[in-house]
Design a protein around this ligand. Structure first.
Ligand code: AHR
Length: 493
């Protein structure tokens, strides 16, 4: 048994309100995220629009509130007009970003149908790689203009009488990345972004716009990129994006389990840069972070042997199988996003289906939950309300990447008279007794303690063993967090 940890919660000590947009996800035209992922007209369980109903059910259960689309790297070479109108008339095109063939059978209308089926908000990205202000305006007109203009009437002709009313828009994707089609220098992007943003606001003043931050905190231009693009565009945007992916490298599980330390530092640095530019510009409005790509992604793992031939339609790409350890890391990243809800206004788990996704499918076959599905679903279900500012007293250990790190990582959300504690035990070997000191709550009791852990930290859910890993009820006189575990502890009157 580990030394015990303590969480002190006071009802009056709050971080802020959770924006439901924190529980977003991401659908890119990449691998099998769209095709044979959420869209497969020939699947026995497909609805009349070609959407897989088994996937729709799982997305609803996951509690996704927002979906970013259509990319990702894909968007920087995409012509949105390819994905509208009768499917039979749509062009097949090469996608240089992922070296695949895009059939365009799935496009804007299908995406809007998908988000309305799952009750989520759409978040669209405009192409600022090969395109610019004019095409962004045209897409906005097609989506949000009521009627009586060429493109809004075209939408109506395509069967969508009512405007789509898309509020959230990304001004390109990872424009700092040398891999990005049409990637830019910071000043160059800042100018293009501000011109696009101003024009979009003229057409629809209700849009909320996301400026591209760095594609990762390890980019050589990180920090300077943010400063320059914000100096150009501060007054015309609402959010700046952060993207981060983590993986276990060289068997260093302790550093991997401490990935949230990096995410916290990343958010702090971006917020500091936003506030610096705010001060220089004498602005009163604060910019929020849109953490619109985050996850575990095994980018450096040798190829799995799965055949992914180039220039084919929807090959198997980025189909990571997630373990218990990965799910616990996803849990710690969720704790960080909740803990910084005062400045993080939107976030998207990248991605939703098959491609580094919490949901997996087989063509013509079943759909199932990866291990990472569970912490996300629980955080989305019980993590709405007010995040409290806990005092965490925890044993620590040394990690190679981040030095001394607490073994307990936790946050708490006040909702409907109850409190939910989300907690991770980073100790891979020993359980951790947890004492809760609650101030100002009366006499709450533990309603339920669910934990995700396994004797085999590499255990995963697969086609053959779809339910191998799932949250389990923990009982006992006092609270004990199993070794290497994600915990949801619900307290009520
Ligand atoms: O999510 C996979 C890719 O990661 C996205 O296309 C890109 O934006 C990021 O680099």
């Amino acid at each position: 048994m580990n030394a015990s940890a303590k969480l002190v919660l006071d009802k009056d000590f709050m971080v802020g309100e959770v924006n439901p947009r924190l529980f977003g996800s991401f659908v890119e035209h990449l691998g099998r995220c769209v095709y044979t992922g959420l869209f497969e007209p020939s699947h026995p369980g497909a609805d009349e629009n070609g959407l897989r109903t088994d996937v729709l059910d799982l997305v609803r259960e996951l509690g996704v509130t927002l979906v970013r689309y259509p990319g990702g790297n894909f968007v920087s070479g995409y012509r949105w007009e390819d994905g509208i109108g009768p499917a039979a008339d749509r062009p097949r095109r090469p996608d240089p970003a992922w070296k695949t063939i895009e059939t365009n059978a799935f496009g804007l209308r299908e995406f809007i149908r998908f988000v309305s089926e799952v009750g989520a908000e759409p978040m669209l990205a405009v192409n600022l790689g090969t395109r610019g202000v004019a095409e962004a305006l045209e897409l906005l007109e097609y989506c949000n203009f009521t009627g009586g203009t060429s493109l809004s009437d075209l939408r109506r002709k395509h069967g969508a009488e009512e405007p789509y009313g898309v509020r959230l828009w990304c001004l390109g994707n990872e424009m700092d990345g040398p891999w990005q089609i049409g990637g830019k220098k910071p000043f160059e992007y800042g100018r293009l972004a501000v011109q696009t943003a101003r024009a979009m606001r003229m057409l629809d003043p209700d849009v909320r716009l996301v400026l591209c931050g760095s594609s990762g905190a390890s980019m050589p231009t990180f920090g300077e990129w943010e400063r320059v693009v914000l100096e150009e565009a501060y007054d015309a945007v609402d959010y700046i994006s952060c993207h981060a992916y983590y993986e276990e490298r060289d068997g260093d599980v302790d550093s991997f389990l401490a990935s949230a330390v990096d995410m916290e530092r990343f958010i702090d640095a971006v917020v500091a840069t936003c506030d610096h530019v705010r001060a220089v510009k004498r602005e009163s409005r604060r910019i929020e972070v849109s953490f619109d790509e985050w996850n575990v992604w095994y980018m450096h793992r040798p190829p799995s042997g799965v055949d992914t031939p180039e220039w084919t339609v929807a090959p198997r790409q980025l189909e990571d199988i997630y373990t218990v350890t990965d799910a616990v890391v996803v849990g710690t990243l969720l704790i960080t996003l909740l803990s910084r809800c005062d400045r993080v206004g939107a976030a998207c788990l990248a991605q939703l289906v098959n491609v580094i996704g919490p949901i997996m499918t087989e063509p013509a076959g079943p759909a199932w939950r990866q291990t990472t599905f569970h912490p996300f679903a629980q955080a989305s279900r019980w993590g709405r309300g007010t995040v409290l500012r806990p005092v965490v007293v925890s044993p620590t250990h040394e990690t190679r990447a981040y030095g001394e790190v607490p073994l307990l990582h936790a946050t708490a959300v006040l909702n409907d008279g109850g409190v939910t504690v989300f907690a991770v035990n980073r100790d891979t070997a020993r359980p951790m007794p947890l004492e809760l000191e609650l101030r100002g709550f009366g006499e709450p009791r533990v309603v339920e303690h669910l934990a995700l852990w396994d004797d085999d930290r590499h255990a995963a859910n697969t086609l053959l063993h779809q339910e191998r890993v799932r949250p389990r009820l923990v009982s006992g006189e006092s609270l004990v967090l199993p070794p290497l575990s994600w915990n949801t502890i619900r307290l009520g009157a």
